[in-house]
Write a new protein. Structure first.
Length: 126
């Protein structure tokens, strides 16, 4: 293995560490990210409890992963807008509102997916 391979591996590991740092920063500083983390843990526990199917797991994992990804993008957009302007600007507000709207739309979708998946299991309990 030559030194270029080691350098490429080091650069790749660094990029992962930056990504993890970003996720941890969002989890520590963003209330909505913490809400999504707690909600996801509850959903994962329910998924194990009800022994959902493999296909249902795929939908659950995509819902959770998509929610985290969108929340991270929303946070990044908010930070960049805050960095660019400290004063109120209508376009800054629109950028933040649009990013938040994307998260909201996806969160509605994930709730619908959750209802479709878990309602039959919950109804079986009664």
């Amino acid at each position: 293995m030559d030194s270029r391979d080691k350098k490429k591996r080091f650069v790749l590991l660094n990029s992962f560490s930056y990504a993890v740092a970003g996720i941890l920063t969002a989890a520590q500083n963003e209330r909505n990210m913490r809400f999504h983390l707690i909600s996801s843990l509850i959903v994962l526990v329910l998924s194990f409890y009800f022994s959902i199917s493999k296909l249902e797991w795929v939908f659950i994992l995509f819902a959770i992963g998509g929610m985290f990804a969108l929340e991270l993008m929303n946070t990044a957009i908010e930070r960049v807008v805050d960095l660019v302007t400290a004063e109120f600007h209508p376009l800054a507000k629109q950028a933040k509102d649009i990013a938040a709207g994307a998260v909201f739309v996806y969160s509605i979708l994930t709730v619908i997916v959750g209802i479709i998946i878990f309602l039959p299991y919950v109804l079986k309990l009664f």
